[in-house]
Design a protein around this ligand. Structure first.
Ligand code: SAM
Length: 279
């Protein structure tokens, strides 16, 4: 989180998952090109899944650490928060709210990669009748977010530790009302573009779990990624650009300012929002 992945040239070997070809879901597109063909005839070979993130060891402050260990905050942490982020048992996000005042049928937002969680918490606090699930791989951020939810006594938040793509693949069709992806890692170098969260394959997985009429909202401060996103998303069947093909959406008031947005603005970057509606 504190250092951008593109500042590390060794990233191609870091943090990707190695899977046995015999366990590979063949609809999984996030694989290193060239490796799959060789495994089709030899299931004993291993292939590498390309992740959209690189986990970093960064400082965990006391509050975050407390939230990850103190039972008082356990209600916010859906899975193993200080472990390996096992998602195996998560197949329905609505059921997570069964014992909360909103219940399972309230409108549901999923935020992917909330970072340290400040803007995610702000949006959830401003919309108490809506349920919010955040998924993140960065443990200090997960702890900080749970700490803020607990100190504000929020009842409409759940936090999942793990890879959003794996999570989305396990969810039912027509499940989520809104998915938000704010300032995803831009992966600036050409050889890292395959790690960008917005890709045709990853967006097809995401669209599957969106409800009909549901939204996908994304924003970036990286111009090349902004135009990449609009091209990928406009071409995807099943989603319509709210602002019309090729256009960006004016920054909506309901989106809270995020840490990475503020950092981009301080560096003189622009900000591009996109909202797509599932047909
Ligand atoms: C550039 S930061 C942006 C954080 C925050 N949204 C903001 O705007 O300040 C991107 C975040 O996405 C997370 N991330 C990237 N890929 C992810 C994935 N597949 N599943 C969950 N989190 C992911 C990273 O750990 C990181 O915290």
């Amino acid at each position: 989180m504190s250092q951008h992945p593109d500042s590390n040239d060794n990233v191609d070997t870091a943090d990707d998952q190695t899977l046995s070809a015999s366990n590979l879901n063949t609809t999984d597109m996030n694989v290193e090109a060239g490796t799959v063909a060789s495994t089709e005839t030899d299931p004993s070979k291993h292939i590498r899944i390309v992740n959209t993130f690189m986990k970093r060891r960064t400082h965990m402050n006391k509050n975050a650490e407390q939230a990850l260990t103190d039972p008082e905050f356990a209600q916010y942490l859906v899975n193993n928060s200080s472990g390996d982020g096992n998602l195996d048992d998560i197949h329905d996000l609505r059921l997570l709210f069964a014992d909360t005042p909103n219940g399972c049928d309230a409108p549901l937002t999923l935020e992917i990669g909330f970072g340290l969680g400040d803007s995610f918490i702000e949006m959830a606090a401003a919309d108490p009748a809506r349920n919010f699930v955040g998924v993140e791989v960065h443990e200090p951020g997960i702890g900080k977010c749970a700490y803020m939810a607990g100190t504000q006594n929020l009842t409409n938040i759940k936090i999942i530790n793990g890879d959003a793509i794996q999570l989305l693949k396990q969810l039912p069709e027509n499940h989520i009302d809104r998915i938000q992806l704010y300032f995803p890692d831009p992966w600036q170098k050409k050889r890292h573009y395959k790690r960008r969260f917005v890709s045709p394959e990853r967006m097809a997985i995401l669209t599957h779990s969106l409800k009909q009429g549901g939204w996908f909202h994304t924003a970036t401060d990286w111009e090349h990624y902004a135009f990449w996103m609009v091209e990928v998303l406009d071409d995807l069947s099943g989603l319509s650009n709210q602002a019309g093909s090729g256009n960006f959406t004016p920054r909506p008031d309901f989106r809270s300012m995020t840490k990475f947005e503020r950092r981009g603005l301080e560096r003189g970057h622009g900000v591009w929002d996109l909202i797509y509606i599932k047909d």
